[in-house]
Design a protein around this ligand. Structure first.
Ligand code: AMP
Length: 189
């Protein structure tokens, strides 16, 4: 199965994806983590990505689509955290999965109010993430979520694939809601 996590920066996608990966024993692709590793390794793609990430902007669609196409090849199932982030990426994901006669199984939308997101992202800044380093960059990332990524919610709702989960609470509390949402969607867990 292919599970997509959608939600604003700071909502806990990475934490919940890691818990679900343990639970389902399937692969996990976090495009943010992949990009941070490429930056750390100082690769050409890492250099390109860094220029966007540092100022809180999205890396261009074609770069991300090629990267994901490569990593999803021959995968039987995967949790996607941080991809797709635009409608163009969502449509490309459908094409990538269709090559293996697969499709997105469920989209988990995590929610939290803006004040809580800003609080969590400011805490992350103390842990050294360059894109959470100042309030202006954090605000830009939240605005970009609203303008570029939030349309995915309607895109997947129309396909009947959207499960909504309240992201406020401890990681285990939220995870219990994720599992409940998944089992009410398709009985998978
Ligand atoms: P994340 O760890 O998912 O919050 O991603 C950190 C940063 O990496 C984002 O703010 C973007 O600059 C970049 N990034 C990650 N995934 C994508 C994507 N699917 N499309 C464009 N940029 C991305």
């Amino acid at each position: 199965m292919f599970v997509v996590f959608v939600g604003p920066p700071g909502v806990g996608k990475g934490t919940q994806a890691a818990l679900l990966r343990e639970h389902l024993q399937i692969g996990h692709l976090s495009t943010g983590e992949v990009l941070r590793q490429l930056i750390f390794d100082d690769t050409p793609l890492g250099k390109t990505a860094k220029a966007f990430i540092d100022i809180g902007k999205l890396v261009p669609d074609h770069v991300m689509i090629d990267l994901v196409d490569d990593r999803l090849e021959n995968q039987e199932g995967c949790l996607l955290d941080g991809f797709p982030r635009t409608i163009t990426q969502a449509k490309a994901l459908d094409v990538i999965l269709a090559k293996g006669e697969k499709e997105v199984s469920i989209v988990i939308r995590l929610t939290a109010d803006r004040a809580e997101l800003i609080r969590r992202l400011s805490m992350r800044a103390c842990e050294g993430r360059s894109d959470d380093s100042d309030l202006e960059t954090i605000r830009r990332r939240l605005e970009i979520f609203d303008s570029r990524t939030a349309p995915l919610i309607e895109f997947y709702r129309r396909q009947g694939k959207l499960a909504e989960v309240d992201g406020i609470g401890t990681p285990p509390e939220v995870f219990a809601r994720v599992l409940a949402a998944m089992s009410s969607e398709d009985g998978c867990c």
